[in-house]
Design a protein around this ligand. Structure first.
Ligand SMILES: C[S@@+](CC[C@H](N)C(=O)[O-])C[C@H]1O[C@@H](n2cnc3c(N)ncnc32)[C@H](O)[C@@H]1O
Length: 105
């Protein structure tokens, strides 16, 4: 479906699609690789992603985690992880399911 969406949008030369476990991709990514990471899958796993998210996010990059409102209890451990990092800054986009936006100083 994603490949078809990319094709219809005419972005085939711009988009590289990877089918892989997100944790593996993060672990194997070099430092400062990503401008934007969208988390929209296994919420209980997000706190474990944090060290690799911090390491692989480019300066000025953004982490966006969906379902911060619709699945508030499941998101609580990740929000606590973010809040415990003195270099993390977060804001909640309270539209829809709730998008937690996180960047680092
Ligand atoms: C809620 S859906 C994502 C919807 C998508 N963001 C959209 O707006 O269309 C979650 C997707 O993440 C995939 N997924 C779950 N765990 C994953 C993991 N560890 N690594 C990569 N993808 C995963 C699921 O197979 C599912 O397709």
């Amino acid at each position: 479906m994603a490949a078809e969406n990319v094709r219809r949008a005419g972005f085939e030369t711009l988009v590289e699609l990877r089918t892989a476990d997100a944790a593996d991709v993060l672990r194997e990514s070099p430092d400062a690789t990503w401008d934007l990471v969208l988390l929209d899958a296994e919420r209980p796993q997000y706190p474990g992603y944090w060290p690799d998210l911090v390491r692989t996010l480019r300066p000025g990059g953004l982490i966006a985690a969906d379902n911060a409102i619709s699945h508030e209890a499941e998101m609580a451990p990740f929000r606590a992880t973010v809040d415990a990092d003195p270099d993390a800054v977060s804001a909640l986009d309270a539209t829809g399911a709730g998008l937690l936006l996180v960047t680092r100083r």
